[in-house]
Design a protein around this ligand. Structure first.
Ligand SMILES: NC(=O)c1ccc[n+]([C@@H]2O[C@H](COP(=O)([O-])OP(=O)(O)OC[C@H]3O[C@@H](n4cnc5c(N)ncnc54)[C@H](OP(=O)(O)O)[C@@H]3O)[C@@H](O)[C@H]2O)c1
Length: 133
């Protein structure tokens, strides 16, 4: 009988995570890489000018952070190849058409490959001057 562990539904599937650099999304990305390394691919959409800047954001704000310590320890010297095999950084902005992904080749690839979308994009503001009446 097939077992359904945590995040089992992501196994062999390609997932788009919007705004991977947000607080909650980062935790989710770490959890996937740690407990479901058999995810097929993770597209991480971040606000950036182009793919190079998006890749740099993912590298600086996720991969190199202490957050990925367990994954880093598990992968050892294979971390870089694991990340490049699983993670695709995409420059975009969810408030625009086509998620603001300007590169048509990347858009086509995303349309063909992505099975699931998890949206974390948000603008949160907490107005502390509000009081209950
Ligand atoms: N944190 C919590 O404990 C908590 C609890 C319950 C619910 N929530 C809700 O969960 C959601 C995410 O929370 P969070 O704490 O992860 O927020 P966060 O750390 O502020 O992250 C939000 C992210 O949204 C991105 N973003 C905003 N507009 C965007 C756009 N147009 N296109 C692409 N990215 C965009 C920002 O990207 P940049 O980095 O480029 O600015 C930022 O990284 C919010 O709706 C929040 O209200 C959070």
């Amino acid at each position: 009988m097939e077992s359904f562990g945590p995040l089992q539904f992501l196994k062999d599937r390609t997932t788009l995570i919007t705004v991977a650099t947000g607080f909650l999304a980062k935790i989710f990305v770490e959890k996937i890489l740690r407990i479901q390394p058999n995810v097929k691919k993770l597209y991480l959409l971040v606000r950036a000018e182009d793919t190079q800047s998006a890749t740099k954001r993912v590298q600086n704000e996720i991969v190199e952070k202490d957050l990925l310590r367990v994954v880093r320890d598990t992968c050892g010297a294979n971390l870089e190849s694991f990340i490049s095999e699983k993670v695709v950084s995409v420059a975009g902005d969810v408030s625009f058409l086509d998620l603001g992904v300007k590169d048509s080749q990347v858009r086509g690839q995303m349309l063909r490959e992505i099975d699931l979308v998890v949206n974390f994009a948000a603008t949160s503001s907490f107005d502390e001057s509000l009081s209950a009446r």
